[in-house]
Design a protein around this ligand. Structure first.
Ligand code: ATR
Length: 270
């Protein structure tokens, strides 16, 4: 019997996960099947039980289920609790064990790109759900300063409060960044989805600094153009993070870390 895996979300047709995991399976010589399953929000509890009954060994979870699914797991890892979201499910007796590989994927992609964080000044632009997943690995790397800025000031303040036991997160509005210099600027807003770029003060990026966007594809364009105008030494989108978080899920399921370079190359070519 071939082991079965799937990604669940709504909508799901656009998901790159089936392609990514099929290539991981080929490159590691693993025999597995990977499906995309459309699950409407109200059907989530039923779908999780059904997929378990059908013998699925692991699931990836994408929008809009990443928060809700945590309540339906028999257990949730510490990093998923910290992120407030679950993106990977492992089949266990009686249900699903929840984990979150987004932060790990982000961290591995920074490492792949040679972007250092230790002792550096880091700015995260945006304070939505995605930021909770990356704060843990960033703080663990001991930056000199970690600032989260947002239009709406109470969101970074809430994040700073949530993470105060883990490390120092400095909350700011975008306007209050004026005069600051950062070695790494991470765009975590969804502004790019509507072709926009948050309004930031000029000259925020230090010489030789790097810019990283959690999004990719068309949504990356406004931040890419901004970062290029700031003369960033490295301008990266989040496609590498997507592949690395998938590789971390694959590793949880199969016990082997797949190579990621070929998959990333295939996605860029597509
Ligand atoms: P995600 O889960 O992807 O992080 P989210 O929780 O909806 O998505 O958060 C979206 C983030 O993008 C927020 O930080 C939001 O800023 P506000 O909290 O001030 O709304 C930010 N954002 C979205 N559109 C934006 C725009 N046009 N300009 C600046 N920030 C924007």
């Amino acid at each position: 019997m071939t082991d079965r895996y799937a990604v669940i979300g709504h909508p799901i047709a656009h998901s790159k996960s089936p392609l990514i995991h099929a290539q991981f399976a080929r490159e590691t010589g693993q025999d597995l099947a990977y499906d995309a399953v459309d699950v409407e929000p109200e059907m989530l509890p039923f779908a999780l039980r059904q997929l378990h009954d059908e013998g699925y060994r692991g699931l990836n979870v994408t929008l809009p289920h990443k928060t809700e699914v945590a309540q339906l797991c028999v257990g949730v890892s510490e990093r998923a609790q910290q992120a407030g979201a679950v993106n990977t499910l492992l089949r266990v007796d009686g249900g699903w064990q929840g984990d979150n590989t987004d932060g790990d994927g982000f961290w591995r992609d920074l490492t792949r790109l040679g972007i250092g964080v230790a002792g550096r000044r880091v700015l995260i632009v945006g304070a939505g759900g995605a930021v909770r997943g990356i704060l843990g690995p960033l703080l663990a790397a001991r930056p000199a300063l970690l600032v989260v800025s947002n239009r709406n000031p109470w969101k970074p303040e809430a994040l700073a409060e949530q993470f105060k036991e883990v490390g120092s997160v400095v909350p700011r509005t975008h306007l209050a960044l004026k005069g600051d210099r950062y070695d790494l600027i991470v765009n975590a807003t969804s502004a790019g989805l509507s072709g926009a770029m948050p309004r930031l003060p000029g000259q925020l990026l230090a010489d030789g600094g790097a810019c990283y966007d959690l999004s990719y594809g068309a949504a990356f364009a406004p931040f890419r153009d901004w970062a290029t105008a700031q003369k960033a030494a490295i301008v990266a989108d989040g496609l590498g993070m997507l592949v690395e978080q998938a590789a971390s899920a694959f590793e949880i399921w199969r016990g082997v870390r797949p190579p990621t370079a070929g998959v990333l190359q295939a996605l860029r070519a597509a």
